[in-house]
Design a binder for this molecule. Structure first.
Ligand SMILES: Cc1cc2nc3c(=O)[nH]c(=O)nc-3n(C[C@H](O)[C@H](O)[C@H](O)COP(=O)(O)OP(=O)(O)OC[C@H]3O[C@@H](n4cnc5c(N)ncnc54)[C@H](O)[C@@H]3O)c2cc1C
Length: 319
């Protein structure tokens, strides 16, 4: 099986979940190549080789400084043609899924999106992905080639640095018409832990409504004590308690932390779609009948305004 991994970059650095896609690609066996697109990405290309890609295609150009889906998809198609890839993988990030979908569409190929696992079966790719808000896992195959798949961040182990050196192949930026002019990218404040990369997330919902400012301050303090990111339900976002970038769920971010602490969140299917595959779920809710308790590994029935500060004090004492 010939596999090509799209290594996403941001500001000259690799997006960490791309190394997970590389790890999943290497686990399939066969020949594994990587594509690195961006500006000043020589170090990322070398790292892709060190982590096990036998050949690394590199498009290093000022025109690729900001992600433009059309141009990146054109580069991906060029690398597929060069490598003869039968399988193309990327992390299921905002940009990863757009670039992969655009390239797959242009090639008339099938894409298995948001996989939790990948395996090879008789030379064909099988992607395991959640459906019905994560209640069922299904095996998905696509007809024809190349077979595209995106992997949910934190679903696979990252490819380890083996100190290897790959053959680097420089490709000229592929010609293509950009239909969207990307003006600028606003980055998260320095030090803020990204939701999709976080191993612990503390989220708040409409349960903070009696004093949203205090509620999210308490949630932020627990997150800080645990080294966690702050998430939120859509109800909390829609009510203006916290910005959209924190939203977890069907129309927000899909996350898979080791620990998800839901504070004052009822557990609607659209929220579960974003966090249902978390390894351990803790729910804090004053209503013992709340549906979130049927998903939770641990439940605390109580007022979040009392429970969250108590947890923070315990975490600070312990950590
Ligand atoms: C197309 C579509 C897409 C959607 N996408 C998303 C999405 O991406 N993400 C998402 O989250 N939702 C999404 N929703 C909305 C979803 O259906 C729910 O409305 C939303 O998740 C509810 O948020 P919540 O749990 O914070 O609020 P509620 O359902 O109102 O629950 C609040 C909970 O807080 C508890 N509570 C109240 N006070 C306290 C207290 N002091 N201490 C402890 N507990 C307390 C209550 O018992 C209750 O269980 C979507 C809906 C649609 C139709």
């Amino acid at each position: 099986m010939k596999t090509l991994i799209f290594i996403e970059t941001d500001n000259g650095a690799a997006v960490s979940s791309s190394w997970e896609a590389l790890g999943a690609g290497l686990a399939l066996g066969g020949e594994t190549a990587a594509l690195v697109v961006g500006e000043n990405v020589a170090a990322v290309a070398a790292e892709a080789g060190a982590r096990g890609a036998a050949k690394v295609y590199r498009v290093d150009d000022a025109s690729r400084g900001l992600v433009d889906i059309d141009l990146y998809a054109a580069d991906l198609k060029a690398a597929i043609a060069h490598s003869g890839a039968e399988v193309v993988l990327a992390a299921h990030t905002g940009n990863g899924r757009d670039v992969m979908a655009a390239a797959a569409f242009d090639l008339g190929a099938g894409l298995i999106a948001d996989c939790l696992e990948l395996r090879a079966d008789a030379g064909r790719l099988v992607g395991v992905r959640p459906v019905y808000s994560g209640n069922i896992l299904v095996d998905v195959r696509v007809a024809g080639e190349p077979q595209f798949a995106t992997l949910r961040p934190r679903a696979s182990a990252p490819a380890a640095d083996q100190g290897a050196a790959a053959e680097i192949v420089d490709l000229a930026p592929a010609a293509g018409a950009a239909r969207v002019a990307v003006q600028k990218v606003e980055r998260a404040e320095t030090g803020e832990i990204s939701l999709t990369d976080a191993s612990i997330i503390v989220s708040g919902g409409r349960g903070v409504a009696k004093d949203p400012e205090l509620g999210f301050k308490l949630i932020g303090e627990l997150a800080e004590a645990l080294g966690a990111a702050v998430g939120a339900s859509r109800a909390a976002v829609d009510a203006g308690f916290i910005p959209y970038k924190h939203q977890v769920g069907q129309t927000g971010k899909v996350v898979r932390p080791d620990l998800y602490i839901a504070c004052g969140i009822s557990g609607a299917v659209q929220h579960l779609a974003g966090m249902g595959s978390s390894k351990v779920i803790v729910a804090i809710n004053k209503d013992g009948e709340s549906p979130i308790f049927s998903m939770a590994n641990y439940g605390i029935i109580g007022d979040l305004f009392e429970v969250v500060p108590a947890l923070t004090a315990a975490a600070r004492a312990k950590l």
